[in-house]
Design a protein. Structure first.
Lengths: 309, 139
């Protein structure tokens, strides 16, 4: 592994960048949610304070739990999010790949949900186990719609899977979002992202009124901080992935930077608005929604993309 | 250590322990989270799991039935943790002091760091108590 790859993974588009940027994005989410409820909301560095505070607390290992899994799951989740962030970031900012394509990104995002399931189930806590079971159902619901939506840019760019090649196709031929199939896929992808981030209305695994804290019930101290960090990194990774797949990426000169920031903020804002205006769906309604509506819409988008619309 | 305590003071996550209350203080605690008082301004968040908590808000006389549970909750909490007794009940047990099911004093069951008297205390009084706790943490 050369120095540039280490830099990519740990500093710039990878861990550090995604963590700092994600904590600020998480603040924006909390602040806007507070404004939606006519509250004032937390100060700017709130999420940093939360994470630093959790770092200094003790960690309790559960007596009946599988301890190595309990510790490994949040670390694996953090590693997965850093890797996805580095892969999308290098394609977006530098126009080169880190040695992975869209399939790897899809697998890694799926693996992230699996780490949540393993971490939750390793404790033996009833609420955490229920949350883990619901996470599996949510993964089952959103995965098909997500994959179908991700296929549309692949089909449009002439069956190319590399992230940088999808970007360079969009730079030449215009963004995927400019076509009918692109718009449909964007909508489906936005909803699937909402479910992958476990934001309302799909916060079924950690429904705080039913499952208290869901899969993170038994986590405390630094391990909980790692979970929080990887949850916040999703606020960076998912909008970036959507910009990359559907919206032609950033241009890093002049007005391109402004447009890039606006694209990111618009996707984040859409997520927060959906989050704040919808109550939680039941597990069966979520499954029905994704399998009966979102997935067929994604399939229609793929067929339209194959036909070239 | 001072730096860490400042971080802690800025993100106190509270867990609500209802130890045989009359439910009056609990309503006042929930008032704190409403738009009018909004304690999220100070980074205070209500959490559902006791493992995430920094502050235990204990309301009610802790009677014999519930005392072992409160003790257990305190032991399950991740240290450092602060215990705040909300209302007159943890402080003086109010009108329930002669009840048949009253055993140890609340301060003997778990160490209580701060009492906020009142029956029930106003949300302003609870905020003042928490500001005092923050002030102690900031030194």
């Amino acid at each position: 592994m050369n120095a540039r790859a280490v830099f990519d993974l740990f500093i710039f588009p990878g861990f550090l960048f995604a963590a700092v940027f994600g904590l600020f994005a998480g603040w924006l989410d909390r602040k806007l949610s507070a404004r939606f409820q006519y509250r004032v909301g937390p100060p700017l560095f709130q999420n940093f304070n939360d994470v630093f505070k959790l770092m200094g607390k003790e960690t309790i290992l559960v007596k009946d739990g599988v301890n190595w899994l309990f510790i490994a799951a949040p670390l694996a989740a953090l590693a997965v999010m850093s890797l996805v962030s580095a892969m999308t970031g290098t394609a977006l900012f530098f126009g080169r790949g880190l040695g992975g394509d869209l399939l790897v990104v899809m697998y890694l995002l799926m693996f992230f949900s699996v780490t949540i399931v393993l971490g939750g189930a390793s404790t033996g806590n009833i609420f955490a186990s229920l949350g883990a079971g619901r996470e599996v159902k949510l993964l089952l619901a959103d995965e098909l719609a997500f994959i179908l939506a991700c296929l549309v840019p692949v089909v449009q760019s002439g069956y190319r899977l590399r992230l940088s090649e999808i970007l360079s196709y969009q730079a030449e031929e215009g963004a995927v979002l400019g076509s009918v199939s692109g718009i449909l896929a964007f909508l489906v992808c936005l909803l699937a992202m909402q479910a992958k981030m476990a934001l309302p209305p799909f916060h079924i695994p950690e429904a705080e009124t039913e499952l208290v804290a869901g899969t993170f019930m038994e986590y405390s101290g630094p391990l909980l901080a790692f979970w929080k960090l990887s949850q916040h990194m999703k606020y960076v990774v998912f909008p970036f992935l959507m910009i990359l797949l559907f919206w032609g990426g950033f241009r890093l000169e002049g007005l391109g930077i402004l447009w890039g920031v606006l694209k990111y903020l618009l996707i984040l804002f859409l997520m927060i608005v959906i989050k704040n205006t919808n109550p939680r769906l039941r597990t069966d309604t979520t499954l029905a929604f994704f399998w009966k509506w979102a997935a067929p819409l994604g399939l229609a988008a793929v067929i339209l993309a194959v036909l070239g619309v | 250590m001072g730096w860490y305590k400042k971080r802690l003071a800025k993100s106190l996550w509270v867990f609500h322990v209802s130890a045989s209350p009359c439910n009056n203080c609990d309503i006042e605690i929930l008032d704190l989270l409403t738009p009018r008082y909004d304690v999220e301004r100070f980074g205070i968040k209500l959490v559902g799991s006791v493992r995430h908590a920094d502050v235990l808000l204990v309301s009610g006389v802790i009677n014999e039935k519930v005392a072992p549970m409160v003790r257990r909750l305190y032991e399950q909490t991740v240290k450092p943790v602060f215990v705040v007794g909300i209302g007159s009940c943890p402080a003086s047990r109010c009108c329930f002091k002669d009840s048949y099911n009253i055993g140890q004093r609340p301060g003997e069951i778990i160490p209580i760091d701060l009492y906020i008297p009142g029956c029930p205390p106003k949300p302003e009084a609870i905020i003042e108590g928490i500001v005092k706790l923050v002030g102690v943490l900031n030194g």
